[in-house]
Ligand binder design. Structure first.
Ligand SMILES: Nc1nc2c(c(=O)[nH]1)N[C@@H](CN(C=O)c1ccc(C(=O)N[C@@H](CCC(=O)O)C(=O)O)cc1)CN2
Length: 292
């Protein structure tokens, strides 16, 4: 029987959505503002389609004006940029998000940087990254996945992480790097690990807070985890399993859950951990944009 607390991201995300719903009602009544979110998806990646539909559904349930732009996989770059320019100038839209990954012929950086920073609710624009890195967090949009992870860490350990070692496995622009900036701002001592890090299990074992964002199913084993650590699993990997001779797909994280849960104090599951929090934080960022 695992001893760690299971951090319920789904329940926490539902609480956040409920609180946003109330704030939206006030914003509408007092200032006549309805938060507007525009989501752009290019192509037909099945997982991305699930995520954008969840975003649209959650936005509607929060009382937002929500628009989904579904573009064909062969849409030209100038057509994507034209749509973003239109959304940048639309006063009913407070938040714009382009679902990643984009098809290979599109320049992800050019596209994400074309969103005006004050509507960049994904927090990918260099202006928002700069503010976050400089510690000007209140005036930045923080990328949704690390923002969600941080709320779950704060629930476990409080807002001041002085004296605690945080180890992040993964150095992506979307998760690893912004996660490091947030943990540093909360006074944690932060190490970022990646594929070239030597003795990774040993480094991980020093972590009071271990964030796994590497994209490799169950890479982090129980004996990599320090007893009593808080483990945040960002990985969402779809693996094939064979049950009774039948092939099925199962979602799993970057952490071997059962093993780690026997050692950690608290751990996020996959599914039902970080994923739902990502969508909740997108709603929070859109409300912040509409309110400012
Ligand atoms: N523009 C962006 N693109 C991508 C982001 C992002 O933050 N902005 N993050 C990921 C995908 N993502 C959000 O877009 C995302 C992934 C997973 C979930 C989620 O709720 N997962 C569920 C499981 C759902 C399933 O069955 O697959 C869970 O973990 O419980 C939400 C959002 C990459 N692209």
């Amino acid at each position: 029987m695992p001893t760690a607390e299971r951090i319920d991201g789904k329940a926490k995300a539902a609480e956040i959505a409920e609180s946003i719903r109330k704030d939206v009602a006030v914003l509408k009544n007092e200032r006549g503002i309805t938060p507007g979110l525009a989501v752009v998806i290019v192509g037909h990646d099945p997982a991305s389609q699930v995520y954008v539909r969840n975003k649209k559904r959650t936005a509607e349930s929060c009382g937002f004006h929500s628009v989904l732009h579904e573009l064909d996989a062969d849409t030209r770059q100038d057509e994507v940029l034209d749509l973003i320019a239109e959304l940048n100038n639309d006063p009913a839209v407070h938040g714009i998000l382009v679902q990643l990954p984009l098809p290979k012929h599109l320049d992800e950086q050019l596209v994400t940087q074309s969103i005006v920073p004050h509507k960049d609710v994904d927090g990918f624009h260099f202006e928002n990254i700069g503010r976050l890195t400089a510690g000007d967090i209140d005036n930045a949009f923080v990328p949704c996945t690390p923002a969600g992870c941080m709320l779950m860490i704060e629930d476990q350990l409080g807002r001041d992480l002085s004296g605690l070692n945080a180890v992040i496995v993964g150095r992506s622009n979307i998760v690893g790097k912004p996660m490091a900036a947030l943990l540093l701002a909360a006074n944690a001592t932060v190490t970022i690990c990646h594929s070239r890090t030597k003795e990774l299990p040993q480094v991980a074992r020093h972590a009071d807070i271990l964030v796994a964002a590497v994209g490799r199913p169950e890479m982090i084993r129980g004996d990599w985890v320090k007893p009593g650590a808080v483990v945040i699993d960002v990985g969402i990997n779809r693996i094939e399993v064979v049950t009774d001779g039948e092939k099925r797909h199962r979602l799993t994280g970057d952490v071997a859950y059962e093993e780690a849960a026997n050692v950690a104090a608290a751990i996020t599951p996959v599914p039902g951990g970080v994923g739902p929090m990502t969508i909740a934080m997108l709603m929070a960022n859109t409300l912040k944009s509409a309110s400012s």
